[in-house]
Design a protein around this ligand. Structure first.
Ligand code: AAL
Length: 411
């Protein structure tokens, strides 16, 4: 073979190999070579090819709150479903469902005017303030139950806050029968005030009505969650549908330019196919969402550049249940959402089922463009064996395994 032929053969072989080998140093940009589906989406789907640089990836750290009393965890006092945290008058504010009843919840059949059916039955909306986000002072009730037959006479729960043109609005679930009688059925109503300390004026009106007959949201509007986006109120919510035993939970969106409505439900609803206790925040020019607990896409963090069409941007774990983040720009991000670093969420299984109640807890994370905390960006979780064993097999599952062992032995 002539020398120049040998040389060109070597060069061609080298360039073919260079094309085939994915580089040892992880390229920051998508390399110009044929890629597997997984590597392709590592560049197209996420903010960065490594979770450490993905602004929408975070792990979550939890801290016990100081300042709340739970009657020795006997199940008669519960605090759950916190609102977003806001900063006003030099302190942080949070609203939440508070149940203070003669007994723990006993289920719909055994419920009375005084015995709650569920953890959020016979509840009111209370609020607390804090200087540091760790120690809280419970100030008192914000929304009491109105007289029958007003919306919410049986229970008011799961509030969230909006600040719009200098006034404050609390959106919350208004129950007209004990939760669990049919499903967890309720619409959403709203009260307003000039100050976060109230007094709160109830409208006694349904502001986000349940959907039409046979619509996905015909029975329940849960977890109302208002943000200001594109100069309008974007109120996200959850509905439970398809009933027992196929219960599904998805999230919808209702938009208005007036906090008292009318709200128009988005024609593409549901806009999120998964999640529970809606948690969203303005991020860059769009909206980011924490997809917690339910559905195919639970344990993901998603982003929609139009607030409607969400895409998965990160997978994570140990997400804060019913997270109410402190979102400094929840009502004035002006197309430049900066993200979140902490908030309040809840633990619903504080003790045993017969003393069922929930407790508020603080979570921290780095889902902020203004924070760079590498400790929040490590994907591993170092859990003690007890945490795994607490997710142990049920006695039915043990029986099923024993049966299968015996079947094999007796073959
Ligand atoms: C929560 C929320 C709503 C439900 C109930 C209380 O997880 O989704 O608030 O109605 O449970």
């Amino acid at each position: 073979m002539k020398p120049f032929l040998i040389l060109s053969t070597i060069l061609i072989t080298l360039s073919i190999n260079a094309q085939l080998n994915f580089p040892f140093t992880l390229p920051k940009e998508k390399p110009k070579q044929k890629l597997s589906a997984a590597i392709e989406r590592n560049y197209t789907q996420y903010e960065a090819p490594r979770p450490e640089n993905n602004e929408l990836f975070s792990k979550f750290k939890y801290t016990k709150l100081k300042g709340f009393d739970y009657n020795n965890d006997d199940g008669t006092i519960s605090r759950r479903d916190p609102s977003k945290v806001i900063f006003e008058n030099g302190k942080y504010y949070v609203w939440y469902t508070k149940r203070n009843t003669i007994s723990p919840p006993k289920g719909a059949k055994r419920s009375t005017d005084e015995i709650p059916s569920s953890d959020w039955d016979l509840a009111e909306i209370w609020y607390a303030t804090s200087d540091d986000g760790f120690t809280w002072k419970e100030i008192g009730v914000a929304i009491t139950r109105p007289k029958k037959p007003n919306v919410g006479w049986r229970s008011v729960s799961t509030a969230d806050i909006l600040k719009w043109k200098g006034k404050f609005y609390l959106y919350y679930q208004g129950f007209m029968e004990a939760s669990g009688k049919r499903g967890d059925d309720c619409p959403v109503t709203v009260s307003y005030a000039d100050s976060p300390d109230g007094p709160w004026i109830p409208t006694h009106k349904i502001v986000i009505p349940n959907g039409n007959k046979n619509a996905w949201d015909q029975y329940s509007i849960h977890d109302p969650y208002p943000l200001v986006y594109n100069g309008k109120i974007y109120l996200y919510y959850k509905s439970d549908f398809d009933g027992t035993p196929n219960l599904v939970r998805m999230q919808g969106l209702a938009i208005s330019e007036n906090p008292l409505g009318p709200f128009e439900k988005h024609p593409l609803n549901p806009v999120l196919n998964s999640g529970h206790e809606t948690t969203l925040f303005p991020f860059r020019s769009g909206i980011a969402a924490l997809i917690i607990k339910d559905g195919n896409e639970h344990n993901t963090i998603q982003y929609a550049k139009d607030g409607v069409n969400f895409e998965i941007k990160a997978m994570t774990s140990f997400m804060p249940a019913a997270a109410g983040p402190f979102i400094p720009d929840a009502f004035n991000s002006n197309g430049n959402g900066r993200g979140i670093t902490w908030g309040i969420s809840h633990f619903i299984n504080v003790t045993t089922w017969d003393k069922n109640h929930s407790a508020l807890v603080r979570f921290d994370c780095d889902l902020s463009l203004d924070l760079n905390d590498p400790k929040m960006k490590k994907t591993g979780l170092y859990l003690k064996p007890e945490v795994y064993y607490s997710q142990g097999l049920s006695s039915e599952q043990r029986k099923r395994i024993e049966k299968e062992n015996n079947r094999l032995k007796n073959q």
